[in-house]
Design a protein around this ligand. Sequence first.
Ligand code: FAD
Ligand code: UDP
Length: 381
Amino acid sequence: MFDTIVIGAGYAGLVLAERLASQQNEQVLVIEQRRHIGGNAYDRFDTNGVLIHEYGPHIFHTRSKEVWDYLSLFTNWHYYEHKVLAKVDGKEVPIPFNLNTIEEVFTPALAHRMQQKLVDLLGYNVKVPILKLKEQDDEDLKFLANYVYEKVFLNYTLKQWGIGPEELDPTVTARVPVYISRDDRYFQDEYQGLPKFGYTEMFKAMSDHPNIHMLMNTRYQDIMDIGEEGNRLFGQFFEGKIIYTGMIDELFGFCFGELPYRSLRFEYDTYDTEYKQSVGQLNSPNSYDFTRITEFKHLTGQQHPKTTLAREYPQAYRSGENTAYYPIIAEENQKRYKQYKKRAATLHNVHLVGRLAEYKYYNMDAVVATALKLYAKLQHK
Ligand code: FAD
Ligand code: UDP
């Protein structure tokens, strides 16, 4: 009856479901454990009517025209370029730390010297990961690197991950490099914006196809068996494709041990004023237990007399108790992931894709790109 079963209705699952249904005329069953589609990018209106992101702030940005054009089939855009400030030594300064930030925190003479040296030694419009900047020999740049490391990265990272910057894969802190530029935007990608009527509306448009059959509020384990000896749906052998976007360790009963994740707790406040912050995101590296405060209306462009903000409190992930938000990208965990990946290759017609299934710190656009790539690969089988 079904050609393909998709497990998970986030980006990864819905891109595959949409392509297979609309382009290959396949009958697709999507199984989702939550009561809503969209995975962690799900948004909704709160009780005050303000559009919020239920699982943390999501800002879409990509360099890929293919990804942008694909999503544009299902949504128009609210063009938005993200700006972030961080509270450093009592001042709110632009992040990524850039040439403008330098002027805000150092005396004019020192700031000028640092700016000059950065440009001369490393070049203009260059992004330097903080762990790389720390390797510089020049005394002024060493001082700068230690300052940024201490005031922007160290405590934020300890809060966010429960471990220091050096214990994580360097790609994690490199997501927010020191930027030798006057550009205060958080992202420099060519395409940036949020779906005009929200992510959930975009996902609804993607899944609105007569060949797509949604089974919500259902864990796949309750109706399916997936294993080396074959796959079953409601006890019957299922010969079609399975697209799996859940956690890879869960697929194998955690046989090699759990892959660690970081979780978050959100606290929301609504105010009877149009705006509370000057920008969408305020980072708090050195004070409080939360990492950042997001004011959603800056992101969504919604006009509303009230405004809602969310504070993010990182916490350990505990299976069954809270949500697995971030894979913890570190050497030991990657080794364990590879064991699972090897085992996944022995399954029959099961394809793993997405943040949880590939245990990757993917942004939304990367998940769409990977899902489109998998779709293309499936056509050439
Ligand atoms: P998910 O969105 O996690 O979807 C997986 C789906 O599978 C879920 O709906 C889940 O319920 C379902 N599922 C899992 N197990 C089962 C099961 N056993 N049975 C049935 N269903 C199951 N990216 C950006 O580009 N920009 C941002 O600003 C950004 N901000 C983020 C902020 C936070 C706090 C977080 C956590 C992530 C952020 N991301 C951002 C990343 C983005 O959320 C992901 O890239 C994207 O949502 C991943 O999509 P996915 O389909 O792989 O996974
Ligand atoms: N980071 C930091 N201070 C900041 C911003 C980021 O230390 O002010 C580090 C931190 O380790 C964080 C990582 O850089 O987890 C990536 O930041 P990003 O904003 O990309 O995180 P995300 O939006 O995915 O939570």
